[in-house]
Write a protein that binds this ligand. Sequence first.
Ligand code: SF4
Ligand code: FES
Length: 248
Amino acid sequence: MNLTLKIWRQKDSKSKGQMIDYKVTQISEHMSFLEMMDVLNEQLISNGEEPIAFDHDCREGICGMCSMYINGEAHGPDRGVTTCQLHMRMFKDGDTITIEPWRASAFPVIKDLAVDRSAFDRIQHAGGYISVNTSGNTQDANSIPISKEAADTAMDAATCIGCGACVATCKNSSAMLFVGAKVSQYALLPQGQVEAADRVKNMVSQMDLEGFGNCTNTGACEIECPKGISLENIARMNREFLKAKIKG
Ligand code: SF4
Ligand code: FES
């Protein structure tokens, strides 16, 4: 395939960015989207030009680093995949593909397509953990009965990879799908009960501090989420929050 790429270039967080056109040729439909970007970068380097900065690590849908907004959709036109799992067979010879970074004030652009998602780390630090007594009297987790339904729902919530596609997709730049998943993965398990009230209050308050918007139930986040995190997690977080506030 021969393609035209319209890519957001921005020198650093302070500079003004702009879309620049590039051509790539002989792209195989079996390549992943990031492999296609590698081809372009090799071309740029051999021409003595600055390669395009983009985040990636695992390239297998696990780390959540590959944040690209492709043709107006977070992680591109396929469903249930991250950008690194998106294949070029989703495009046609002669296509023009627009590639932008996540756009949200809480995710400032570092360079080109790389954004700073440390706001998510700070939300996690505010409450996304459990305290475990490691003095030698710790109860074996396998000896605590947990229903299959609760274990499965908690596991589904825990599959959130913190990629930020939900924020990039939401017209309000809301992080509630991410925070809902992180609250739910503990709220559903006995091990998460001790700090449950503090967790939800602290994580929601950090989310607000970081400048993410509110949820208006549009549902775009659930559709674009590569891990299929359900809106039910937002409802659960709201219930947990209300419960914690009533308790005081
Ligand atoms: S909820 Fe989905 S879209 Fe949002 S950070 Fe988690 S995996 Fe990514
Ligand atoms: S590079 Fe790790 S999820 Fe895409």
